[in-house]
Design a protein around this ligand. Structure first.
Ligand code: HEM
Length: 491
């Protein structure tokens, strides 16, 4: 068994020598017609790919029809591809169905690395920065306080909190994007989520991916595909309505929300960018933010509470720290440096359950190499973040929930290998919402753990199942919990 760790010299020489194509990547044997397609049909793909790494090393290949995929399973090889050689691997695979859900490749997350994509990324990044600087902290604080109120209303009954977490995360994004906060019972909010979730789920289904691998199937009737098309139309109706409202309104305040700022940015495009971006890019970027920003944060909050039920003493340590440091007040994001125990909890949950466990597939846009192996143009790269976070060479006892691994000997921040914690990917395709997400995870968890103790319901005999259900987002199976209010502290 050979893995990249014994190949440091060849990687060093890599900089000076052309890559040797004679080194063929290891990987499981495949069927002569469909290759390793069945390997990708596993019910928990991140775990399966991580298990294959034990056999084939931290970089191996899978064949899927005519497509070669290279799976990266350690932070070292992932950083080499995504960060060090970002300009070789910044592309996205182009697919028939991907084009349909992304308005013809006009979104950020599935769009290929082209001049248009770069202009769109610049525009969305600067609008997001501007709006976040102005209002992100206040928006999250308001949603966190609202979430506390909702939990208080349950009066200690056993409940599944996943919908409340989704509404809180979603409201942060809809407030930033449209200046709109929804109520849990809002029919538009429910419709938007139902529709976005359906699109993500249907797009991941075998009925749809078969259309990418076997083009002839596109000629046959396919009710799942028809359903997907219908949901895409519905999504575009809802987002289109909001964008039209902004276009028709002359209110200057609209520039404070992302969609207003994006539309304004379109008008101000410099000559270089002119004709590159149109309304469809603003429309699809809004979809990106809504999809990227809702299920991820909500899934993470569900994981955090579940892990704490497994180790209640960690919850007590976080609570004690919050009481001592904050002396009764609610935290600000700037308090994070004084709350190492809470931060260690956040890092450990991100390590064990990176909510986008396989990131989004990348594509080599030119011939390159990783760990000394030749990687031809158009190879699909799968960064297995879940695998990298369970690498026993980096993380002792990798499958155990141990936030203390991120604390130093004095109990402060700085323990563990934070450099190898890569839940947001890296390089040109680094998660666009990383700073939004980090502030949300910190403030939501601090508010929740300051005011509530999370307990397993008395009627429940087993703790939440921590294996999870893996799709594009790694979610926990639904479970119930009791949120018992902590004694009132006077700020
Ligand atoms: C992409 C993780 C929250 C928007 C990604 C990627 C990962 C990730 C791993 C793929 C990186 C790659 O392709 O290499 C996470 C995690 C989150 C989170 C762990 C929360 C715990 C958010 C939020 C937003 C967002 C809150 C929006 C406000 C995006 C977008 C992309 C992306 C637009 C596509 C970037 C591109 O293709 O260049 N995220 N994300 N994410 N994320 Fe996030």
């Amino acid at each position: 068994q050979e893995n990249h760790k014994g190949r440091d010299d060849s990687r060093f020489l890599d900089q000076f020598l052309p890559c040797s194509s004679s080194l063929s990547l290891p990987g499981p044997p495949g069927h002569f017609l469909i290759g390793n397609m069945m390997e990708l049909k596993h019910d928990h793909l991140p775990i399966h790919l991580t298990n294959l790494a034990q056999r084939y090393g931290s970089i191996y290949r899978l064949k899927c029809g005519t497509t070669t995929m290279v799976v990266l399973n350690s932070s070292e090889v992932i950083r080499e591809a995504l960060v060090k050689k970002w300009c070789d691997f910044a592309g996205r695979p182009i697919s028939y169905t991907g084009n349909i859900v992304s308005g013809g490749g006009c979104n950020i997350s599935l769009g290929d690395y082209t001049e248009k994509w770069k202009a769109q990324h610049r525009l969305v990044h600067s609008s997001l920065q501007r709006c976040c600087k102005k209002s992100l902290h206040d928006v999250i604080e308001r949603q966190a306080l609202h979430l506390l109120k909702v939990l208080m209303g349950y009066k200690g009954c056993a409940v599944d909190l996943s919908e409340d977490f989704t509404v809180a995360a979603s409201n942060v994004i809809t407030t930033l994007a449209f200046g709109i906060e929804y109520d849990k019972s809002s029919s538009e909010l429910q419709e938007l989520h139902r529709c976005l979730n359906e699109i993500v789920a249907l797009w991941g289904s075998a009925w749809i991916s078969a259309l990418d691998s076997f083009p002839l199937l596109r000629k046959l009737p396919n009710p799942v595909f028809a359903h997907l098309l219908k949901e895409v139309v519905r999504r575009d109706e809802i987002i289109g309505r909001h964008l039209n409202n902004y276009k028709q309104s002359q209110d200057k305040k609209n520039q404070d929300v992302i969609t207003g700022s994006l539309l304004q940015g379109l008008d101000n495009q410099n000559t270089e960018d002119k004709a590159l971006l149109t309304d469809i890019h603003v429309h699809m970027a809004t979809v990106d933010l809504l999809i990227g920003g809702t299920e991820t944060t909500a899934a993470w909050l569900n994981w955090m509470v579940a892990f704490l039920l497994h180790r209640p003493e960690v919850q007590e340590l976080v609570y004690e720290e919050l009481c001592t440091v904050l002396e009764g007040r609610y935290p600000k994001y700037s308090d994070r440096h004084r709350l190492p125990v809470l931060c260690s909890l956040i890092s450990e949950v991100l390590r064990l359950r990176p909510v986008a466990p396989l990131a989004v597939p990348h594509r080599a846009i030119r011939d390159s190499s990783i760990a000394g192996y030749f990687i031809p143009k158009n190879t699909v790269i799968i960064p297995n973040l879940f695998g990298a976070h369970h690498d026993p060479e980096v993380w002792p006892d990798p499958y155990s929930f141990k936030p203390e691994r991120f604390l130093n000997e004095g109990g402060g921040s700085g323990g563990g290998s934070t450099r190898d914690l890569i839940p947001f990917g890296g390089g040109a395709r680094l998660c666009l919402g990383e700073s939004v997400a980090k502030m949300e995870l910190f403030l939501f968890s601090a508010y929740l753990l300051r005011d509530f103790q999370f307990l397993l319901p008395e009627s429940e005999t087993s703790l939440p199942d921590l294996r999870g259900v893996a799709s594009v987002v790694l979610k926990i199976k639904s479970y119930e919990v009791v949120a018992r209010p902590r004694p009132v502290t006077n700020p």
